[in-house]
Write a protein that binds this ligand. Structure first.
Ligand SMILES: NC(=O)c1ccc[n+]([C@@H]2O[C@H](COP(=O)([O-])OP(=O)(O)OC[C@H]3O[C@@H](n4cnc5c(N)ncnc54)[C@H](O)[C@@H]3O)[C@@H](O)[C@H]2O)c1
Length: 395
């Protein structure tokens, strides 16, 4: 394998990376990239290993470079030792499914703040670099969304639609605007924001070398689970897996509160390239918070559902006919329970990541949906048919 060069043309020495949450969606793609394309090694920590099992099978050319540690970081004294052994820690571990934020707010806050604290402390105490995964949810809602429906400013759409400074989110300028405490949806964003502040303060007061990543809806194969097949039947995954489950069952896609929220989606492989640049270019990434998203892939959740159901994507990959009724509306209270709320519009500003890491996303929304749904169909269609036939009443 040829030596890898950083963005300034210097040879990159092999690193030992302690990756916490390595068994999840993002971790599995990052581990693949590290094993298949670099000479870096990974101490992979998680409670689950299914999504990286293919990398852990013995006898592969990278086998000596990946070591799995089945550890729950809530209570395991081995964590600090593993962080000490590594050059860099990447923390991905989190409860990060919207269905949990208002129904399990304490678990959400503990996971995203309390459990992350020792990781930050061990990195700081042992002078180890940290890449921490936060979220675009730290931006909360747009300023415009708080204007009364009938205010003249909102009517004139000056704030909302014409002036991007009110909705394009900048790492170092945009405020973090959450709803009231009763809206427990914000437990996740608030916990993530507080741990970002701790990390930033450790950098300022104790010299911690850190990078904070704010993902904007990364999408691709292995995201979440399909309820009843590789996750609990009553589980509610993130939007893409929810919609995929509906498609696999040939039932209408459930649109929460009309699917009016606007989101940008980025393909996991583009996003992993951004993370690799952070890993291999500490001189350009340390001390920064980075938005990682694709501002060109913006749609409302309703439009996303229609793209997935219309002839353009799912019928193409599955060969199945279009659904007669592509979507049905459900209220957020019915779908997520009491205390749910949502961000209205989130567009990442890309200035900092473009300048520091020379990174830009490449994959269009259509292409990323096509490749993700092809994977979902190949992986789950047969198991879903079996599951549905079992649940049919017998004559
Ligand atoms: N995927 C996205 O678009 C997105 C968006 C915003 C933020 N993020 C952030 O990125 C990170 C990774 O997200 P993901 O999509 O890969 O989620 P994921 O749920 O697929 O992965 C998280 C992994 O962390 C592990 N984990 C959780 N608690 C743990 C504990 N106590 N001990 C050991 N392992 C534990 C889980 O088992 C899981 O494998 C999270 O911090 C999330 O908040 C992701």
């Amino acid at each position: 394998m040829a030596a890898r060069l950083d963005l300034d043309g210097q040879v990159i020495e092999p690193l030992k990376i302690c990756m916490i949450g390595a068994g999840g969606f993002i971790g599995s793609h990052l581990c693949e990239k590290l094993m298949w394309e670099t000479q870096h090694s990974v101490l992979a920590i998680d409670v689950y290993s299914d999504k990286i099992q293919h990398l852990l099978e013995p006898g592969q050319s990278w086998s000596s470079r990946i070591e799995f540690h089945r550890i729950n970081i809530k209570h395991d004294s081995r964590l600090e030792g593993l962080i000490k052994l590594a050059d860099l820690t990447i923390n991905l571990a989190a409860i990060c499914t919207p269905a949990d934020y208002n129904t399990r707010p304490l678990d959400t806050i503990y996971s995203n703040f309390i459990d992350a604290l020792p990781v930050v402390r061990y990195c700081s105490d042992n002078n180890k670099r940290l890449i921490h995964f936060s979220t675009c949810e730290v931006y909360g809602k747009t300023i415009g969304s708080f204007l009364p429906e009938d205010s003249s400013l909102r009517k004139a759409c000056i704030l909302f639609f014409l002036d991007p400074s009110y909705y394009v989110l900048k790492e170092d300028e945009s405020p973090c605007i959450f709803g009231p405490i009763e809206k427990q949806r914000w437990s996740y964003a608030c916990a993530k924001q507080l741990i970002e502040r701790v990390i930033y303060a450790e950098g300022a007061e104790n010299g911690l070398e850190f990078t904070i990543v704010r993902p904007f809806n990364w999408i691709g194969p292995r995201m979440d689970f399909i309820p009843g097949i590789d996750g609990p039947s009553e589980g509610v995954p993130r939007v893409l897996a929810c919609f995929s489950t509906n498609l696999l069952k040939s039932e209408p896609l459930k649109l929460v509160d009309g699917g009016q929220s606007q989101r940008t989606f980025v393909y996991i492989k583009d996003a992993i390239d951004a993370v690799m640049r952070m890993v291999e270019n500490p001189q350009r990434a340390n001390g920064y918070v980075f938005n990682v998203g694709n501002p060109d892939n913006e749609v409302t959740v309703r439009e996303l559902a229609l793209m997935m159901t219309e002839a353009s994507v799912y019928t193409k990959v599955s060969g199945r006919p279009q659904l007669d009724e592509p979507t049905i509306d459900v209220s957020s209270k019915e779908f997520y329970g009491e205390g749910y709320d949502d961000s209205d519009k989130r567009i990442p500003d890309m200035t900092i990541i473009k300048k520091q890491l020379e990174w830009e996303p490449k994959t269009s929304l259509f292409d990323l949906l096509e490749s993700t749904l092809t994977y979902q169909h190949k992986t789950y269609a047969r198991a879903m048919q079996q599951l549905l036939s079992k649940s049919l009443p017998t004559a």
